[in-house]
Design a protein around this ligand. Structure first.
Ligand code: SAM
Length: 220
């Protein structure tokens, strides 16, 4: 079916562009062994996209909302200079411990700070001296708009906010499809429509994670 084709195409491109990566493989294996759904992380191609985007904008500080086992956090931390930082917000205690283990094993403990608790409260409590260069929102989708509003406050002007999983196999555009995650994306789109503080676009994606997409917002 389509997923097989999209997966093959992803893997074909990856075979030229993304080298085997023992640290990231160990991360996914360790996360799986804890019984965590490691497969809902971003794909290798998406992780590398985040990595390259951070290099392109010369990012030093990243905020991640929803970190699972730290797979995307590791891709992003590797793009930062020695004094750079990924602040990873994660609700689940086991996930948070797993992120700590995985980033330590990847040699990135000094660059990833895990903050355990509900991400919206964590964000509201943050008043960083230096704003973030990029915020990656990838947690509970019904809270997308809450996260987005705080992300705008926490990111620098000219910075980037990325919201993952906004395509959802096309179910977002089917307003008769009644689902809290899809509705969380629709509410975000309605919010951004009249938001003078950002310019945004959605890029739909197909690949080994199926048919999905991300919204890329530029903070004006
Ligand atoms: N960004 C990760 C990656 O690509 O490797 C995947 C993140 S996973 C899709 C979503 C994560 O958000 C889960 O680990 C879940 O525990 C976390 N999460 C769910 N609700 C949350 C909340 N209210 N606050 C913080 N984290 C939350």
């Amino acid at each position: 079916d389509n997923l097989d084709l999209w997966t093959r195409s992803d893997q074909y491109h990856n075979s030229f562009l993304i080298k085997p990566d023992p640290a990231l493989e160990a991360t996914q294996n360790n996360t799986r062994e804890k019984g965590i759904k490691y497969e809902i992380s971003v794909s290798p191609a998406q992780g590398k996209f985040l990595h390259l985007l951070l290099l392109s904008i010369g990012a030093k500080r990243v905020l991640e909302v929803g970190s699972l086992g730290g797979y995307s956090a590791i891709w992003m931390a590797r793009a930062l200079p020695d004094d750079g930082e990924v602040v990873a917000l994660e609700l689940n205690q086991l996930h948070a411990e797993t992120i700590e283990e995985n980033v330590k094993n990847a040699g990135l403990a000094s660059k990833v700070k895990v903050n355990v608790g509900p991400a919206h409260a964590s964000m509201q409590a943050m008043h960083p001296e230096t704003p973030f260069d990029l915020v990656f929102i990838d947690a509970d989708k019904p809270n997308n708009t809450n996260y987005f509003i705080e992300a705008k406050r926490l990111v620098r002007k000219g910075g980037v906010i990325i919201v993952d999983n906004v395509g959802r196999s096309g179910r977002v555009c089917d307003e008769s499809y009644n689902n809290a995650s899809a509705e969380g994306v629709r509410a975000l789109l309605r919010h951004i429509k009249d938001d003078p503080e950002v310019e945004a676009t959605t890029i739909h994606t197909v690949g080994e994670k199926g048919f999905d997409g991300f919204t890329f917002a530029y903070r004006k």
